[in-house]
Design a protein around this ligand. Structure first.
Ligand SMILES: Cc1ncc(COP(=O)(O)O)c(C=O)c1O
Length: 397
C-alpha cells in the first residue's frame, strides 16, 4: 500500500531529501575512526556519572523516574544558567530552555520559525546535521561562504542588499557556528561578529549561534555573539555533549523569552528528566571548570599530534587550517575526490568524512575532508593519517 497520500506536502518534501545520517561511513571492524565527532572515551566522566546515578536513586528512590523527575532537573537548569553567566550570557529563567541535546534545540527552532517559504542562511561549509534539519522544514536554504576568519560578512551583506533590492524575503535566521566551527575548525573574528550583529539589526533577521564547541578553546576564548546582543536577536544554542557525555542528551536554547517559550510549546515532555537529574547531580559534585580545563589540555595535545602527523605524511599541496579549539581539522586536497579517497581509505581501515556532506551544493566540498582529533587515541590517529597520506601520495601525486 502506498502511504504517500497520508503525508502533507511539507513532509513529502522533507522525505525527498537524503535520509538522516547518509553521511556516516560504513566502517570495517577495528577501523581507525577519524570521522567521529565524539569525545574521547577516556575523557567521558564515567565514574562521576555512575556515582551521580547512584546518589540520585539512593537519595530519592523512584522520584527521578517519574514524569516531573527530581528537583535535580531544576538544579541542572540553574547550573547551566550560572555557567552561561560566567561567560557573559545573563539570562532569566524564562529565557533558557533545556533540551534533549542541541539537536533538539535546532529542531525546535526550525519548527517554530520555519515553513516551506521561509529563508534560512547557513555557512558553507556547515554542520551536516543542521543542514539536514533545516532542509526538513524548507527548501529555501542559502549558503554564505566562510574563510579562515569565519563567516564572510561582506558576502552576507551583498546577498542581503540584493535581496532587498529585488524585494525578496529576508532570512528568518542566519545559522552560524562562530567558535571552533564544525567542520572547518575556524573561529569568527571579533570584527565580523560585530558586523553580523549589525546586519541582523539592519536587515531584521535572527541569529542562531551554535556554540557546541565554544568552551573547548586551546588558547584564546572567543566571546559568544549572545554576550553583545542588545536587541535579543541571538538564539544561543549550547550542549554538554562535547564536554560531558553526548548520550545524556543535554542541550539548551538561551534567547528572547517569546522565542524560547514558542520552542517550549513544542518541546512538551520530549526531553529526559532522568538524564537531566543525573547531570544536575553530577554538576553538583564536580568542578566543571577544572574538568573543562583538563579537556582543553587533552584536546590541544591531540590536535598537536594530528597536525604533526599531517605535516609528516601529507604531500605539500594538501592544506589545512590549525584550529584554536574544538574537535576538527579540515583538509583541502586539490583534485582529489574525497568520496573516492574514502572508499580506498576504508579498505585500509581508516575513516573520515568527505567534504561534500557539509555543503548545500555537494560539489563544493569535493576536494575537502574532515578529520576529528577528539575520539581516537593519539597512536592510532598517527597511524590513520599515515595511511591516508600514503593513499594520496600513491594514487594522486
Ligand atoms: C556544531 C554542532 N552542533 C550541534 C551538535 C549536536 O550536539 P548534541 O549532541 O547536543 O545534539 C553537534 C554534534 O556533533 C555539532 O557538531
Amino acid at each position: 500500500m502506498s502511504y504517500n497520500h497520508f503525508f502533507p506536502t511539507s513532509i513529502k518534501n522533507a522525505l525527498s531529501n537524503d535520509p538522516p545520517g547518509a553521511w556516516i561511513p560504513k566502517i570495517p571492524t577495528d577501523c581507525i575512526r577519524l570521522h567521529r565527532g565524539y569525545p574521547a572515551s577516556s575523557l567521558v566522566p564515567y565514574d562521576e556519572i555512575k556515582s551521580a546515578v547512584n546518589t540520585l536513586i539512593d537519595n530519592e528512590h523512584d522520584l527521578p523516574l517519574h514524569y516531573l523527575g527530581s528537583a535535580q532537573v531544576g538544579l541542572l537548569k540553574e547550573k547551566i544558567q550560572r555557567r552561561l553567566s560566567e561567560r557573559g550570557i545573563v539570562v532569566k529563567d524564562a529565557e533558557l530552555l533545556v533540551t534533549s541535546g542541541s539537536s533538539q534545540a535546532l529542531d525546535l527552532i526550525a519548527r517554530t520559525l520555519l515553513d516551506q517559504t521561509a529563508v534560512v542562511f547557513m555557512e558553507a561549509p556547515t554542520y551536516m546535521e543542521a543542514l539536514e534539519t533545516f532542509k526538513n522544514y524548507t527548501k529555501q536554504v542559502i549558503s554564505v561562504p566562510i574563510d579562515e576568519h569565519g563567516l564572510k560578512v561582506d558576502v552576507l551583506e551583498t546577498l542581503l542588499l540584493k535581496r532587498k533590492q529585488e524585494q525578496l524575503p529576508m532570512p528568518r535566521f542566519m545559522y552560524t557556528i562562530p567558535s571552533f566551527h564544525n567542520p572547518s575548525g575556524v573561529t569568527m573574528n571579533p570584527e565580523r561578529r560585530h558586523r553580523l550583529l549589525q546586519l541582523a539589526s539592519t536587515f531584521d533577521f535572527l541569529i542562531v549561534e551554535d556554540d557546541a564547541y565554544g568552551e573547548l578553546s586551546f588558547s584564546e576564548k572567543p566571546i559568544p555573539l549572545k554576550v553583545t546582543d542588545p536587541e535579543q536577536r541571538v538564539l544561543h544554542v549550547g550542549s554538554l555533549s562535547k564536554v560531558v557525555a553526548p548520550g545524556m542528551r543535554i542541550g539548551w536554547i538561551a534567547g528572547a523569552e517569546k522565542l524560547v517559550s514558542a520552542c517550549n510549546w513544542f518541546k512538551k515532555d520530549l526531553d529526559h528528566p532522568f538524564a537531566q537529574a543525573t547531570i544536575g547531580t553530577y554538576l553538583q559534585h564536580t568542578d566543571l571548570e577544572q574538568h573543562i580545563t583538563q579537556l582543553r589540555n587533552a584536546y590541544r595535545s591531540r590536535r598537536d599530534v594530528l597536525v604533526a602527523a599531517l605535516e609528516q605524511s601529507m604531500p605539500e599541496y594538501v592544506k589545512w587550517t590549525i584550529p584554536g579549539g574544538g574537535y576538527f581539522v579540515w583538509l583541502h586536497v586539490p583534485n582529489v575526490d574525497t568520496s573516492l579517497l574514502l572508499e580506498k581509505s576504508l579498505s585500509e581501515g581508516v575513516s573520515f568524512i568527505p567534504g561534500k556532506y557539509f555543503f548545500l551544493t555537494p560539489s563544493e566540498g569535493k576536494y575537502y575532508l574532515r578529520l576529528s582529533f577528539s575520539y581516537e587515541e593519539p597512536e592510532r590517529m598517527v597511524e590513520g593519517i599515515q595511511k591516508i597520506g600514503e593513499l594520496i601520495t600513491e594514487n594522486y601525486t
